[in-house]
Design a protein around this ligand. Sequence first.
Ligand code: OXT
Ligand code: ADP
Ligand code: MG
Length: 582
Amino acid sequence: MADAAVKEKIATTDAAGPERELTDGFNLVIDALKLNGLNTIYGVPGIPITDFGRMAQAAGIRVLSFRHEQNAGYAASIAGFLTKKPGICLTVSAPGFLNGLTALAHATTNCFPMILISGSSEREIVDLQQGDYEEMDQLAIAKPLCKAAYRILHAQDIGIGLARAIRAAVSGRPGGVYLDLPAKLFGQVIDAEEGRKSLVKVIDPAPAQIPAPDAVKRALDVLKNAKRPLIILGKGASYSQADDAIRNFVEKSGVPFLPMSMGKGLLPDTHPQCAGAARSTVLKDSDVVVLIGARLNWLLSHGKGKSWGEPHSKKFIQIDIEPKEMDSNVEIAAPLIGDIGSCVSALVDGMGSSWPKAPADWMGAVSKKRDENVAKMAPRLMNNNVPMDYHGALGVLRTVIKERPDAILVNEGANALDLTRGIIDMYKPRKRIDVGTWGVMGIGMGYAIGAAVETGKPVLAIEGDSAFGFSGMEIETICRYKLPVCVVIFNNDGIYRGTDVNALGTDPATTVFVKGSRYDKMIEAFDGVGVNATSPDELRRAVNAAMDSGKPTLINAVIDPAAGSESGRIGNLNPQSKLRKK
Ligand code: OXT
Ligand code: ADP
Ligand code: MG
């Protein structure tokens, strides 16, 4: 049935008259996606979307089949981040939809544009709760977890329905959108000409949002009077793709900048104004802070407290497209609402040609602290310990990225995340993608696939052994599509450390895994390259070979089980029991 439908729109002769060209829901969804330049779908097939996937593939859309919808969803979400177009995830009803929903919520939380399209069961039966196959009121469940949720009931509405979804996903603060397509919709037949006319190409889906001139002036007045200014670059700044404007602003102002995790590389971490290695100092001692696409959430200690040097007062200038973000945690002295490109360009214009650079003594103090921290770290990165510790292994991987600044770095874990973030310098925008706002485990293989597909660049995924387990089956997907992905598993036998013991009984402790596991053998099942690396030298050789060959590779990097710390850098967030038996 699929083949016939793909080759030509259904042509039929009815009794009433001459041959009429017809189309149907399957074809209209495909046409609507293509018309809007949405040429890649990440998903898992099944009732009622199997034929849709086949037909989309035959129509020239790249349809990547995953082993689990959550990973397809994460791939779609990062596709949205990397391209500014909504990433498309396609799932079956109820359980497939729910599997994809975590990723949709993740996209919304991280401000990435994404559309989760799920097939759904018969409305009449679902709404009367009569027990349909995979029965679930998916629209109602999706609503609180995304920016917008729509259901299309009629083939004539497919064009407008997809247009709404696209605009909702990318305009203003980007986010996740749910689109519910009941099984019956796909088979609905309408006149082809009517169908063509019903399609909508979304014009200017994310229009520039120009900041108000008085808001620009207010921000510059606050900045001009600063003695110890700081710029914080968040993943919104990376997303905006306003790379040149941001660089101009930073360099013209002479202000030190602190990149958030996915803001790294907007300007190189090796830039003389980079304060990444002087984080505590700049948060504590700055007097004016310019937030560019970064929220004052937990990752920035809500803009207050000890890490911000309170009780001293600070002034915040915040650039964000979302007005509600202002004053969310502390007072914002100069809110600048608009898209980052327009706002930062307006600031640069307003600075004119004689803008004074940030005070030299402040930049000097920041550089001194940064250089001290970098120097302290340097010898640890050269260690050749066996078993490896994180620093020895990361010393090697940092050179791999330095030599390949275009490669994409995917990163998750606890110690495997925090130490990688600090140690591996990034040189170009949007090259580091990680656990994001939720600190979620499971993005690894989905992100690796999405990044490889969208950018065509080699991907290095640095994964804790626990983190990898959340999406590990997708190494088959990586092998199947022959993607240039090298996965390095920091195998320390468990979550945070591999040394915990159960105080009672014979079960293993909750944080430990099978000791001495050989994850590298997993990929061999799919004809990928597996390597067991026990020393920094072995690791270097294996990663270089993988990055140069582009062959799907999984390296089991054996890390000392005692090397990590509880929850990495965020152990302070664990509640403590005063009554716990030691
Ligand atoms: O200035 P100071 O002196 O303070 O120094 C700072 C920098 O200036 C300096 N620095 C440098 N020095 C020298 N050279 C350079 N280049 C340099 N760069 C920086 O270093 C310090 C530290 O800098 P940093 O890191 O920037 O600063 P800091 O203070 O750490 O920043 C604060 C934060 C909050 C911004 C930062 O820590 C951050 O971004 N953290 C993110 C943390 C996060 O999201 N973690 C992941 C979640 S943990 C936990 O939840 C896990 N789970 C539970 C779970 C989850 N998450 N999800 C799901 C679906 N289910 C369950 C699980 C299961 S983690 C986990 C698995 C863990 O096990 P694995 O095996 O995967 O991993 P391993 O731990 O490796 O075993
Ligand atoms: P980080 O975790 O790196 O600190 P956040 O996810 O907290 O970053 O913040 C990203 C912010 O960027 C969000 O508040 C979002 O509204 C904003 N944002 C995203 N895209 C744009 C854009 N094009 N222009 C302005 N603000 C944007
Ligand atoms: Mg681990």
